[in-house]
Design a protein around this ligand. Structure first.
Ligand code: HEC
Length: 261
């Protein structure tokens, strides 16, 4: 078996954590297990520097930006605006609006909530290491999916008063905002929904700042293990199968004969 030939068993992949998770989708489907040999070359260069920031200030700035920039670029604006204020290297002319397309789960497609890729841009540019960036983004997805949000309290309410927080159970924009809309009893094109997503942007920016601050002190340790669901489920996934499939969750036809399960 190829896996054995390459010395890459499922156990190895689990032991190798982040690298295996990153490899999962790409390497396995391409059958290009020799990519694994290059998996140690996971650091990269970037001119962008991180200095520790006040999480509340980052959150407030992200919140204030939402009305004109929406989720992805607002999270970036919260982080980058504060990095600029502190004179951190590289950020002076950073094109914050180059990421606006991420709003509404990718230009309104309701896919991945744009707050996390916003934070991920800054995390990726500053940590300069794929494993660390993946660990942080993984922690962020857990936080986003399994915390009652939005819990951020703005200095002054800019859009509307809102009553509810919800647990998304997923990083998917449509499901996340849909669950909140149902509980709040409002439509998508309402000031309340704007307020919710603005506060959510603040929450994500704050959480990212806290992780990056810990990392700057050399104290960041991942809270969560990466999802090994490509191996476990035979498809990129989290464990919320019934959200969409109801009780009829399909099992994958394909099993990877390259892997020892
Ligand atoms: C966000 C919605 C959503 C979630 C969550 C989800 N799926 Fe799917 N999945 C789909 C859709 C839509 C398809 C396309 C096939 C269809 O329409 O039935 C699909 C296809 C699949 C397929 C390939 C089709 C087949 O019959 O072999 C598998 C396997 C699968 N899902 C398994 C899972 C498993 C296991 C989970 C949980 C770990 C999961 N899905 C979670 C929406 C979802």
């Amino acid at each position: 078996m190829l896996a054995d030939k390459e010395g890459l068993s499922r156990r190895d992949m689990i032991v190798n954590g982040g690298k295996a998770a990153a490899l999962g989708a790409a390497a396995l489907s391409l059958g290009a297990l020799n990519i694994a040999k290059n998996a140690d070359a996971y650091e990269y260069a970037s001119e962008y520097k991180y200095v520790k920031l006040d999480p509340q200030e980052v959150g407030q700035l992200a919140y204030e930006n939402y009305g004109k920039r929406w989720c992805t670029s607002s999270v970036i604006a919260g982080l980058v605006g504060n990095l600029q204020k502190k004179g951190a290297g590289g950020w002076k002319n950073f094109p914050i609006d180059a990421y606006r397309w991420g709003h509404g789960g990718l230009a309104g497609w309701g896919a991945l909530c744009g707050t996390m890729p916003g934070a991920g841009v800054v995390i990726g540019l500053t940590t300069k290491d794929t494993d660390t960036a993946e660990q942080m983004v993984n922690d962020l997805a857990f936080y986003y999916s399994y915390t009652e949000l939005p819990s951020f309290t703005p200095a002054k309410v800019l859009y509307a008063d809102i009553k509810h927080m919800t647990i998304a159970g997923t990083p998917i924009c449509h499901i996340s905002v849909g669950r909140w809309m149902r509980v709040e009893g409002v439509g998508f094109l309402t000031k309340q929904r704007v307020e919710r997503c603005a506060r959510l942007s603040a929450n994500v920016a704050i959480y990212a700042t806290k992780m990056l601050n810990a990392w700057a002190d050399g104290k960041y340790t991942p809270k969560h293990k990466p999802l090994y669901n490509v191996l476990a489920n035979g498809i990129t996934s989290q464990n919320n199968c019934m959200d969409c499939h109801g009780h009829d969750v399909p099992s994958p036809n394909e099993t990877y004969d390259t892997l020892t399960k």
